[in-house]
Design a binder for this molecule. Sequence first.
Ligand code: GSH
Length: 222
Amino acid sequence: MSHHLRLVSFKLCPYVQRSVIVLNYCKIPYDIDYIDIMNPPDWFKALSPLGKVPIVQVDHERVIFESAVIMELVSELNPPLLHPHDPIDKAYNRAWIEYSGAMLGTQYELMTTPDEAVFTKALSTLKEQMGWVEQQMHATPFFNGESLNLIDAAYAPLFMRLAVLSKHYDLQAFAHTPKVKAWAEHLLALEAVKTSVVADFEPLFYQMLHNRKSYVAQFVPA
Ligand SMILES: N[C@@H](CCC(=O)N[C@@H](CS)C(=O)NCC(=O)O)C(=O)O
């Protein structure tokens, strides 16, 4: 039985992007509503218990929140589940998906802080975190080997933002993590990833950096 899925999105949100990658990859149809997360409408506040995107409303009724949960739901609607089968491997993937959320937090600070010292500290934390991920890289071209799993979708938005920023400012984010670098390049070349953001993602992203008067804004186009 197919379900109606309504995704509520903010165009720049990396957690929404995770959900879109899996929806695209699984070729599951869905409706999408965009909101401005800085100024959310009342109907959204009434639906989202944490006030965060993404949420997915199923069959005009129940609301599912948290991107890692949404990714699993979408994948389970179109089996097989894009996770390893073995319980330990699956838990290990879930743990490192959670870790990518922490990395997105570091990346958010790096992108939005107006303060150069905070930026430098965040960049060094991000590189440390990247080092942890490098140690988990035992397969190619995807995290678990031959095919895309949820963990790949979880990390791709982080890699996309680093790639966009690195066009204008050499972050050296992958200087000591060649395996993560190769993984990132492979993910960013995928159709499901390329089509997971709006066409004007880059100008909107730059505009957000300028609006926030962030340290990195000085390096990106106006
Ligand atoms: N753990 C959440 C994080 C989602 C999240 O932080 N979304 C941001 C936008 S990118 C948001 O809605 N922020 C609004 C707020 O925290 O008030 C998930 O994985 O879905």
